[in-house]
Unconditional design. Structure first.
Ligand code: OOG
Ligand code: NI
Length: 459
C-alpha cells in the first residue's frame, strides 16, 4: 500500500493551494511567472552563488501563505491541520502594537523546524488570531456579538480534523486518506461563495478591515501566497512594467552590496473581488471586497539576538534620517556605516547564524586549531549561511496596513490586554518555538559534528 509521508503532504498541499489561489487571483499567476523568470536570470548571472541561500529547486517551489482566524478553538484546529503537514508554531508577533497601524491580531507562523524538512519543502503560513478581548478595538457590545457569530461557524469539517490527527500521529497517510485530507484541507481555504451579511461586515470594518475579513464571514480563506525571489528589486520593476500596481516600498533591509539578511518583502494591492452580499431586507446583491493580495519576498541570513538588535537600531536610525533623502537611500547610507559588509565579519561580530562544514581541501597533516575562526582562517572549515525562515513584525504590519482600505480605529486611551506567547501556547496546547533557539541549535549541531570529525571533542 502506498503511503504519503508528511513532507509529501506538505509539498502537495502547498502546490494545490497555489493552483487554487492562481485561479482565484489571476495577478498571483503573473507574480509567480515573473518570480520564476527573475530566478532563472539570477541563476544564469551568478551561477552557484545564486544558490548560496537555498537550492533553486527549493526556492522555486517555496511559498508562504497567510490565514486569519477568529477564536482560539479555530487556531487550535489550524494547528492540528498544519501539524499533519509537519509544520509547527514558531515565533509570536503582536501586531496590535505596531506604531502606525491598528491591526487587532496576534500571530505565529507554522513551519517545518528541522533543516532536512526545510530543505524538502519549507512551506510556512503566517497565522493570525483576532483579539476581541482588547478594549482598544472592541467594546463590550461588539465583543459579545462577535463571540456569538464566531461560535456559530465551523471552519473545518470534523473529518478533516480526524485525518489531520491521524497524519500527525502516524507521520503519514495511506494514499486514499491523503487524497481526502488534501481535498478537505485545500477546500477549507477557498474563498466562499456564501453571501456576506453586509451590515455586519461594515460594522466590523469600522474597527478594522482585518476584523471584518476575519469575523464578518462564515469561513476563512487563504489571504495571500508569497513566492520567493532571488532579486526582489528586479521583480518590483518588472511587475510595475506589466501594469501591476505595487505598494510603495520594499519592506525590510535596503538593497546594498553587503550580505542579504533577514527578509525583504513587497506586495501588490488587494484586488476587488466580486462577493455576494446579503442586505438588511434579506435580498442578495453582488458587491466587491478588497481583501486578498499578492506578495513576494527575498530571504537572507538569519541574525542572532545581537544581529537583530543591530538591525532594529539601524531601522530606527533610518527613520530619523529618511526625512531628508528617500527611505532607501537613507537606509543604504546607515547600513554602510553600521553593518558588516561581509559574511566573515558577521561571524566575527557574532551577528548571524551559519552552519560549519569541513572543507574537502582542508590540511591533511598537523593538528587543527580549536576555535571556529581559526579553523576558518586556516582552511579547515567553510561557513554556510542559515536562511531566515521567519517573519518581521514591522514588515508584517506594513503589509497588513498597505493593503487595507480604511484606517480602522484604536482607542489609545484604553489599556491593551494580555494575549502573550504563553497564553497562545496554552490555548493551542502546543509549544511555540523560539526562532532564535532553532537557528542556534542548527549552528551548534554543525559545530559539534565538525569537532567530532576533527577529534576536537572536549577541547
Ligand atoms: C499577514 C501579514 C503578514 C508577512 O509576510 O509578513 C505577512 C496577513 O495579511 O494576514 O504575511
Ligand atoms: Ni506574507
Amino acid at each position: 500500500m502506498t503511503t504519503i509521508r508528511q513532507w509529501q503532504l506538505r509539498a502537495e498541499f502547498a502546490r494545490r493551494l497555489s493552483d487554487m489561489y492562481g485561479r482565484e487571483v489571476p495577478a498571483y499567476t503573473t507574480l509567480v511567472d515573473v518570480s520564476r523568470e527573475v530566478n532563472a536570470a539570477v541563476l544564469e548571472r551568478s551561477g552557484a552563488d545564486a544558490e548560496r541561500l537555498g537550492s533553486i529547486a527549493r526556492v522555486t517551489a517555496e511559498r508562504h501563505g497567510a490565514i486569519r482566524v477568529g477564536t482560539p478553538r479555530e487556531l487550535q484546529q489550524v494547528a492540528r491541520i498544519f501539524g499533519a503537514l509537519g509544520m509547527h508554531p514558531v515565533g509570536f508577533y503582536d501586531l496590535r502594537e505596531a506604531a502606525t497601524s491598528a491591526v487587532p491580531v496576534i500571530s505565529t507562523a507554522f513551519r517545518p523546524i528541522e533543516a532536512d524538512e526545510l530543505a524538502r519543502n519549507p512551506f510556512r503560513v503566517f497565522t493570525s488570531l483576532l483579539t476581541p478581548g482588547d478594549p482598544r478595538f472592541f467594546d463590550d457590545d461588539l465583543r459579545a456579538r462577535l463571540a456569538n457569530f464566531l461560535a456559530g461557524r465551523e471552519l473545518f469539517p470534523p473529518e478533516l480534523i480526524d485525518l489531520a490527527d491521524r497524519a500527525e500521529r502516524e507521520k503519514e497517510l495511506p494514499q486514499a486518506q491523503a487524497e481526502r485530507f488534501l481535498n478537505l484541507a485545500v477546500g477549507s481555504f477557498a474563498l466562499s461563495g456564501e453571501p456576506v451579511d453586509k451590515a455586519w461586515y461594515e460594522t466590523l470594518e469600522q474597527v478594522s478591515a482585518v476584523a471584518a475579513d476575519i469575523g464578518g464571514v462564515r469561513s476563512t480563506h487563504i489571504n495571500h501566497l508569497t513566492p520567493r525571489v532571488l532579486d526582489i528589486d528586479e521583480l518590483y520593476r518588472t511587475m510595475t512594467e506589466r501594469g501591476i500596481e505595487m505598494i510603495d516600498a520594499i519592506q525590510g533591509p535596503p538593497r546594498w552590496e553587503g550580505p542579504d539578511v533577514l527578509l525583504r518583502q513587497t506586495s501588490f494591492r488587494a484586488l476587488a473581488e466580486p462577493r455576494r452580499m446579503r442586505l438588511a431586507d434579506g435580498s442578495v446583491t453582488t458587491g466587491a471586497l478588497r481583501v486578498r493580495f499578492g506578495e513576494v519576498e527575498a530571504r537572507g541570513i538569519a541574525l542572532t539576538h545581537r544581529g537583530r538588535a543591530r538591525y532594529d537600531l539601524l531601522l530606527e536610525e533610518t527613520d530619523r534620517r529618511a526625512t531628508e533623502s528617500g527611505w532607501d537611500e537613507a537606509a543604504r547610507t546607515v547600513w554602510r556605516e553600521g553593518f558588516p559588509g561581509t559574511e566573515r565579519s558577521l561571524i566575527d561580530e557574532g551577528l548571524a547564524f551559519f552552519t560549519y562544514r569541513l572543507r574537502d581541501d582542508r590540511p591533511r597533516h598537523g593538528r587543527p586549531p580549536t576555535g571556529v575562526t581559526d579553523l576558518l582562517d586556516q582552511g579547515w572549515l567553510r561557513a554556510e549561511p542559515i536562511v531566515y525562515e521567519d517573519f518581521l513584525p514591522r514588515s508584517a504590519a506594513g503589509i497588513f496596513q498597505s493593503n487595507l482600505s480604511g484606517e480602522g480605529t484604536r482607542d489609545n486611551t484604553r489599556e491593551g490586554v494580555g494575549y502573550d506567547l504563553d497564553w497562545l501556547a496554552g490555548e493551542i496546547d502546543r509549544d511555540i518555538h523560539d526562532p532564535f533557539s532553532l537557528y542556534e541549535q542548527q549552528q551548534s549541531a554543525s559545530i559539534a559534528e565538525v569537532a567530532k570529525a576533527l577529534d576536537l571533542a572536549g577541547e
